[in-house]
Design a protein around this ligand. Structure first.
Ligand code: ZN
Length: 264
């Protein structure tokens, strides 16, 4: 082999090695580019699916907002139907039971308890609870709540003084006395009412302690706050709630008259 031939062979070998190296490098670079492209594609897919999720969530939220708006629109006429005029005693009963947060247990008792309303057009208060029916003079809500509270109360621990009902009455009176002595300004109205109820007005009304009128220790407080024992100007401290939670959620659909200056 000539020197030139040798050089040529070596050059060719070097060229071949370089070509292979280049090819390998190209392949490696191609792989990197493809991987980067794939990653980018994955990112795009992720972004796309996130975008779809956002759209889906937005659609759900819009649907919920619409439902809420529908409910609010319904609430107006629904609440209006809880207020006078009442076309029947059952309409009036339904309005009271629905409007004043009576719970399922109380409704199961009161929905079928015989109720007489002497005049569905009258706003005269007052009424009486007999052992087998309630009689109201008119459609005053406070009067209805008072008499219906008697019914609920008598089903529970109101009438008898024998133990353990005696214990229940004593426990309640203890809490009532605590309410009368309450100095938290949030419950000032309730405390004043409890003092008047317990000890009387110093004139015609001697108070329930003197009268031993344990029924009204509970019933009068119930109709005074009109089941709004959690919120509002006649709300009660939490240690009294347990006696009201037995029959009412405390969440009203109507506004008691004493908050709006009405008559019911
Ligand atoms: Zn009474």
């Amino acid at each position: 082999m000539t020197i030139l031939g040798d050089l040529y062979a070596r050059a060719m070998r070097a060229f071949s090695a370089e070509s292979k190296r280049q090819a390998a490098e190209n392949e490696r670079m191609g792989g990197l580019v493809a991987a980067a492209a794939k990653e980018k594609q994955d990112d795009n897919l992720t972004i796309q699916s996130l975008r779809q999720e956002v759209v889906a969530v937005r659609q759900v939220m819009e649907a919920m907002e619409q439902q809420l708006a529908d409910l609010k629109a319904l609430r107006g006429p629904a609440v209006a139907s809880l207020l006078p005029p009442y076309h029947s005693i059952e309409h009036f009963r339904w309005a009271i039971l629905t409007g004043y947060g009576f719970n399922a247990q109380a409704i199961s008792i009161l929905a079928s308890f015989p109720l007489v309303v002497k005049d569905l057009a009258s706003e005269q208060g007052g009424g009486l609870t007999y052992h087998d029916h309630v009689e109201l003079n008119g459609i005053t809500h406070e009067a209805a709540l008072h008499e219906l509270s008697h019914v609920i109360h008598e089903r529970d621990w109101g009438l008898l003084e024998a133990s353990p009902k005696k214990d229940a009455i004593d426990a309640y009176l203890e809490q009532y006395a605590r309410l009368a002595a309450e100095n938290d300004p949030r419950y000032a109205e309730a405390a004043a009412f409890a003092r008047l109820q317990l000890h009387g007005d110093g004139a015609a009304f001697p108070g329930i302690l003197a009268l031993k009128d344990w029924d009204h220790a509970f019933v009068s407080l119930a109709s005074w706050c009109m089941n709004s024992y959690k919120t509002g100007p006649r709300s009660l401290p939490e240690y009294m709630w347990t006696y009201f939670e037995r029959f009412s959620t405390g969440e009203l659909l109507v506004t008691p008259y004493y908050m709006i200056g009405g008559i019911h």
